[in-house]
Design a binder for this molecule. Structure first.
Ligand code: GDP
Length: 445
């Protein structure tokens, strides 16, 4: 359902990539696009405004990380804000307290309450709970039958409500019955209307007072976009909803409801309906949804790893050494290991969007050291004594033969490494001589 939003956003991020530096100007331009993309996805305009403002502040205040591009950092910031917007942590049901716990489902007619009652009961049973279903919609023809049939399919107990009963009485009597049957959770399906109206609200308030539910879940049809958000607000004002179930997320809704409802009502989305079948309901995970919207492969993982792996002080020290051309094979190996800490070279490239397919070309064209060569280089350096690493000039014939044997390579390969390293050192000396020269993250990489 987030496809077009996802497409728009990846376009924005593509336009960032390639830029070395984030300036206020290009951040503004990029954020203008992010704003349009969100509005087009039917996200509440106030929510969009706050979102963009938060991202802007974070972009401009961010420390530049080594090892990732500023564009990748922006992706990470947008992702974190999206996760926030969607509620942060995964919000489970809070069923503490009396048993059976009571979950009351509320919402407009056709939003998917009855179906969701069955689906949630199904999920809870898998978590070793004993659900009890209660139809309390005495107005919609066949609503009671519908839940009774679902209960039968699920082989779960269901209260035998009838249309001549009062919904508050149904709720009270069902709670007694569920307790007798030692159910651990009761799911109460309430009446809906086409629009919010006063008698319905009063009825729901009366049911709430009678059974004091631990959870009042507002069921919203994701396809109705901002209308769902407005209706959620009215239900929340009267009843104090504790969570939202978004149904029909398998449809082609633009995503506005999913992205706005939490910010507007303060109640997190807890479940999403992904189809008509009883098994088609998922727990809502903000981080996974954000990931799906951004479709940014694992740039996020990459940035997180870079945050952990790269130590600014060490980098300074290295730059100082390079300037003095005292960079030796031991430093070389340390650098190489640091890069390996980020994951295999291959997996790093895979994580960068758009680079997946380019991996091979890239390693040929820009001289990225292939994985195998990197392992061999490390083996050779590791077979040297510290004195040899610190001062490759002492590497005479017999030392090279010993190292080759230790690393399981030929003497020619040792010679080649030493030669390459020498060239690299010369190159660095030249590079670092000029003012303002930048430290390469790793020689030859
Ligand atoms: P209620 O009036 O709120 O109880 O709504 P129902 O549970 O009767 O659902 C209304 C319609 O939406 C039914 O045809 C359901 O099969 C359908 N429906 C409910 N949830 C989903 C969902 O997640 N995906 C799809 N595609 N259809 C759904």
């Amino acid at each position: 359902m987030f496809e077009s939003l996802s497409d728009r956003l990846s376009g924005v991020f593509r336009s960032f990539s390639g830029r070395g530096q984030l300036t206020e100007e290009n951040v503004q331009a990029g954020l203008r696009e992010v704003r349009l993309a969100l509005l087009e996805a039917d996200v509440n305009f106030k929510v969009v405004k706050d979102f963009v403002e938060n991202v802007r502040e974070k972009c401009l205040g961010q420390e530049v990380l080594k090892g990732v591009s500023p564009a990748q950092q922006v992706v990470k910031i947008v992702n974190d804000e999206l996760v926030n917007l969607l509620g942060g942590e995964t919000a489970g049901l809070d069923l503490q307290g009396r048993e059976p716990a009571v979950i009351m489902l509320v919402g407009l007619q056709g939003s998917g309450k009855t179906t969701s009652a069955g689906k949630i009961a199904n999920i809870l049973r898998k978590q070793k709970m004993r659900p009890y279903l209660v139809p309390a919609d005495v107005y919609r023809p066949a609503a009671i039958d519908q839940l009774t049939v679902l209960a039968k399919q699920l082989d779960m107990p269901c209260y035998p409500s009838t249309v001549d009963m009062n919904p508050v009485d149904i709720a009270k009597a069902a709670l007694e019955e569920a307790r007798r049957e030692q159910a651990t959770v009761l799911l109460l399906d309430t009446a809906g209307r086409l629009h919010v109206d006063e008698p319905l609200m009063q009825e729901l308030e009366a049911i709430k007072a009678a059974v004091q539910p631990q959870e009042i879940l507002f069921v919203a049809d994701a396809m109705t976009g901002q209308d769902a958000v407005t209706v959620a607000e009215s239900f929340n004002e009267r009843l104090g909803i504790t969570g939202v179930v978004l149904t029909k997320m398998d449809g082609d809704a633009r995503g506005g409801a999913a992205l706005s409802i939490r910010a507007v009502t303060g109640a997190p989305v807890k479940f999403v309906g992904m189809g008509e079948k009883l098994s088609e309901m998922e727990v809502f995970h903000p981080d996974r949804i954000a990931g799906r919207i951004l479709g940014m492969g694992d740039v996020l993982t990459l940035v997180e790893k870079a945050q952990g792996a790269i130590n600014a002080e060490e980098a300074e020290e290295l730059a100082r050494k390079m300037k003095k051309a005292s960079f030796d094979l031991e430093d070389f190996r340390t650098q190489m290991r640091r890069i390996k800490k980020l994951g295999s070279l291959d997996s790093i490239l895979k994580m960068i969007p758009g680079l997946g397919g380019l991996r091979e070309k890239l390693s040929e064209a820009s001289g990225v050291m292939p994985e195998k060569e990197m392992a061999r280089t490390e083996a050779i350096i590791s077979s040297m004594t510290m004195a040899e690493r610190r001062n490759p000039d002492i590497l005479n014939g017999s030392r090279r033969a010993r190292i080759a044997k230790g690393a399981g390579v030929t003497v020619a390969q040792v010679n080649q490494l030493v030669r390459q390293f020498e060239q690299m050192r010369q190159m660095m000396k030249g590079m670092m001589g000029g003012k303002g020269a930048k430290m390469p993250s790793m020689p030859r990489m």
